[in-house]
Design a protein around this ligand. Structure first.
Ligand SMILES: [Zn+2]
Length: 290
């Protein structure tokens, strides 16, 4: 029997044999990532599937369609994830459509030594109870996923001041090693107004044992910013805030050695370098045509 293969139809048929259900191309930039460093994800695919996502180390992030029709977003390994090879997977309509290999490494940011009240090292039963409550309330926000992205046009660092302590530094508290620094410490005198880093909804306002007066802002799609050690919070949970709107004042509440703003960003629960995130969010905003 003679078969005929005609032009475009034939080409598409042969292509469909060679490719998965969606013809997709995935790019992750950079391919070598420090723990806590976000990467830009670009996924180009045919059709208009629902729920386009990227996944790294079990954390899913949403991708949004950009000006060129491709999908953009970010993934990030947590500060304390494993180093070595990892896989970024692109998911559309519930199925994996592409994957890209990346390499994760630990960036040496040095160490810091803090001398604090011993009550922050040996917790009383009441303090322990309070700390557990704080952690539960915060984890609930960090682990939440709201479908709508609320921010536009990139993030900013809340204060345009010197960085006192960078993200990812090892921390020795009264000589005992604790979690590495999960935010960036920005210089500021008590009372200095603290603006929101981007548009969002206030998710939590709490007086926490370690982080003092704390504000968490949900920016949608698993992206949360945090503002610690405030002397005062000026917003309420559920309140919508705009980028630059004052949400509190710099202080020295909780486990601190002096007044400063500890600013942090979490993406799908992963602690992300805020300085890297500010830079990447600008690129992302551009790709999305904001
Ligand atoms: Zn800090």
């Amino acid at each position: 029997m003679r078969r005929r293969c005609l032009g475009w139809f034939c080409a598409l048929f042969l292509l469909s044999l060679a490719m998965p259900a969606w013809a997709a191309s995935l790019q992750v930039e950079p391919k070598r990532l420090a723990l806590g460093q976000p990467a830009l994800v670009r996924l180009c695919l045919e059709g208009k599937p629902e729920r386009v996502r990227a996944e790294l180390n079990g954390r899913e992030t949403a991708l949004q369609q950009g000006r060129d029709g491709c999908w953009y977003g970010a993934v990030a390994p947590d500060l304390q994830d494993k180093t070595g090879r990892a896989l970024v997977r692109a998911i559309a309509g519930g199925k994996q459509v592409a994957a890209a290999r990346i390499e994760l490494y630990l960036r040496d940011r040095g160490a810091r030594k803090l001398k604090v009240d011993p009550k922050y090292l040996t917790l009383s039963p009441e303090a322990l109870k309070r700390y557990r409550r704080d952690r539960e309330l915060m984890q609930k926000v960090f682990g939440s996923f709201t479908p709508q992205s609320e921010w536009r046009g990139g993030f900013m660092l809340p204060l345009d001041s010197a960085v006192v302590s960078v993200f990812g530094r090892r921390s020795f508290v009264n000589g005992v090693e604790r979690s590495p620094h999960g935010g960036v410490d920005l210089r500021g005198a008590t009372g200095t107004p603290v603006p929101a880093a981007a548009d969002g909804t206030v998710a939590l306002v709490i007086d926490a044992y370690f982080s003092g007066n704390t504000v968490l802002i949900n920016h949608g799609q698993g992206l949360v910013s945090r503002y610690l050690h405030l002397s005062q919070a000026l917003v309420k949970p559920g309140q919508k805030v705009k980028k630059g709107e004052i949400i509190g004042k710099v202080g020295a509440t909780g486990r601190v050695t002096g007044p400063h703003l500890d600013f942090g960003v979490k993406l799908a629960g992963a602690r992300v370098d805020p300085q890297d995130w500010v830079a990447l969010s600008q690129v992302l905003a551009q790709r999305l045509g904001e």
